[in-house]
Design a protein around this ligand. Structure first.
Ligand SMILES: [Fe+2]
Length: 516
């Protein structure tokens, strides 16, 4: 990182001259070099790499975090550090179109979030950061298509659930080769679990994270996975969190184990966890947390082709039910009143061909009881029956709704039915539950099918069920979505062999999904 200063600096000044003139370029760069000389930074400030996210037709967020000692609080001096960034139309930075200086602040873990605007729609850009004579790796990103464009295609990679201790993030190596336009990550980016001596690779620290420094160290460790780092450097991510970014199965300000975590202590934990989440994700300033609150639900538009509604199904939910009757309590909410109305408005008024909903947890029914009667997972939408059913009813009035989900550590691809209580009810949409990057490790597929296949007759809406690690790749076009379930043979080694497990199709104007 440090050795490249001379040639890169020369190239950089040349590139700058093309845009701003040599004098302006020198003014931009020299003062900070002088400042850096006053306070030398440790080597390796860019150890966490670069990322981009939340693409707009005219902009994208560029991210890095200065952390020379990533597993030990970051290791930066307690001072604001200027970080220069530049964004170009070419990989060699010959045509720089935007540049500036961001301030990496100790209060935000020396993270940098640059919300670049004024870019051209639907095109690829390259970017990099520099501070104290050190240069980051080069990142590549892509803006969203023009607002009114209706053609083309959008390649989305759907990923979730990457438990460091369960395996290497090998699916990202294949994802990189598949070159998606955007990566949609729907939760469990980190796991808060205690280090395990028997794991394939071990969590840092000595226990679960509670403090800001502990959460920072955990995120930093995850970012050292080379396949994850490379994916972040090659495509924009759209992220939302689920439970393990904070605490397993938490609901709002209620922890998994209220007896062990008093309310005040859990609020402090939420505050630390959301802050560290913001610091490590390529998200806009709208996601800067306010104490134990963070705004993650948002919409992204991909021309007239697709509208992506990103949900937050953790922060505003009622505590989980503990019985079948409890799950049907109409007072339970998953989204909270404000977000619920926001989603309904966004679905009803959408000009988009495809209305995608990124939900952390599964929306289609999972009936675990073989034969008569039903048994649901209460942490998923099944546990919030009244609100889920209201959305399913609404889907009749929505153009091509497709729900994109994680959490389950399984591939479960389903039709969404207007009323899962009525076997004859209409199909109103489709859902992809995108397995996991590494969580659950390499599963015994035979044992999995022995356990789950007997449930198929009770869940006829399930079109595909599988327990390999991987992700889903969705090619969204006007006439349909062609999806591929991409799996790897192992996550227990740093290298894996990828393959396509199945191909599926969702036709526009015909609700539901089929294996092809
Ligand atoms: Fe998970």
């Amino acid at each position: 990182m440090t050795g490249a200063v001379s040639p890169d600096r020369r190239r950089f000044l040349t590139a700058g001259a093309a845009v701003l003139g040599a004098a302006a370029s020198a003014q931009l760069w020299l003062p900070s070099t002088a400042r850096a000389a006053e306070t030398p930074l440790p080597d390796g400030v860019f150890s966490l790499g670069v990322a981009s996210g939340d693409p707009l037709p005219d902009g994208v967020v560029l991210w890095t975090r200065l952390a020379p000692y990533p597993l030990n609080g970051g290791g930066m001096p307690d001072a604001v550090v200027p970080v220069q960034w530049e964004l170009a139309e070419d990989e060699r930075f010959g045509r720089v179109v935007r540049r500036g200086t961001a301030q990496a602040q100790p209060a935000y873990g020396h993270s940098v979030h640059v919300d670049v605007r004024g870019l051209r729609a639907g095109r690829t850009y390259w970017y990099r950061f520099r501070t104290g004579g050190q240069l980051s790796r080069t990142g590549r990103t892509r803006t969203a298509p023009a607002r009114h464009s209706s053609g083309g295609n959008l390649k989305i990679a759907l990923a979730s659930c990457q438990n460091w201790q369960h395996g290497y993030f090998t699916p990202y190596a294949d994802m990189l080769a598949q070159d998606p336009d955007v990566v949609l990550f729907v939760g469990d980016y980190i796991y808060e679990s205690t280090p395990s001596a028997t794991a394939v690779r071990r969590h840092e620290g000595t226990g679960e994270p509670y403090s800001l420094t502990q959460y920072r160290n955990r995120y930093a460790q995850y970012r050292t996975d080379p396949d994850l780092a490379a994916m972040h450097a090659n495509a924009p991510f759209v992220v939302t969190f689920d439970d393990h970014e904070v605490d397993n199965d938490f609901a709002g300000e209620i922890p998994q184990d209220p007896a062990k975590q008093p309310h005040d202590a859990f609020v402090a934990r939420l505050t630390a966890a959301y802050q560290a989440y913001y610091e490590h994700m390529p998200v806009r300033a709208t996601a800067v947390p306010n104490g134990p609150h963070i705004r993650m639900h948002r919409r992204l538009e991909f021309g007239r082709l697709a509208r992506l509604n990103v949900l937050d199904t953790r922060q505003f939910r009622s505590d989980q039910a503990t019985s079948q009757a409890g799950a049907q309590d109409p007072s339970l909410t998953m989204l909270g009143a404000g977000q619920k109305q926001w989603l309904l408005d966004g679905l009803r008024d959408s000009p988009a061909r495809w209305n995608l909903i990124a939900s952390q947890i599964m929306m289609a029914e999972t009936d675990l009881q073989v034969g008569e009667g039903k048994l649901w997972f209460y942490d998923a939408w099944d546990g919030y029956q009244a609100e889920r059913n209201a959305f399913l009813k609404e889907f009749r009035n929505v153009r091509n709704p497709v729900v994109l989900t994680g959490d389950r550590h399984l591939t479960m691809i389903s039709d969404l039915k207007e009323d899962f209580a009525d076997p004859d009810s209409a199909v109103v949409g489709a859902e992809f539950v995108g397995t996991s990057v590494s969580s659950n490790g390499d599963q015994d597929q035979t044992a999995f099918h022995q356990e789950w296949d007997p449930r198929l007759p009770d869940n006829p809406h399930w079109k595909l069920l599988d327990a390999h690690r991987g992700y889903h790749l969705l090619d969204v076009r006007r006439d349909g979505i062609d999806a591929r379930v991409r799996i790897v043979d192992t996550v227990l080694k740093p290298q894996a062999t990828p393959s396509t497990l199945a191909r599926l199709r969702v036709d526009a104007g015909r609700p539901g999904v089929r294996v092809v």
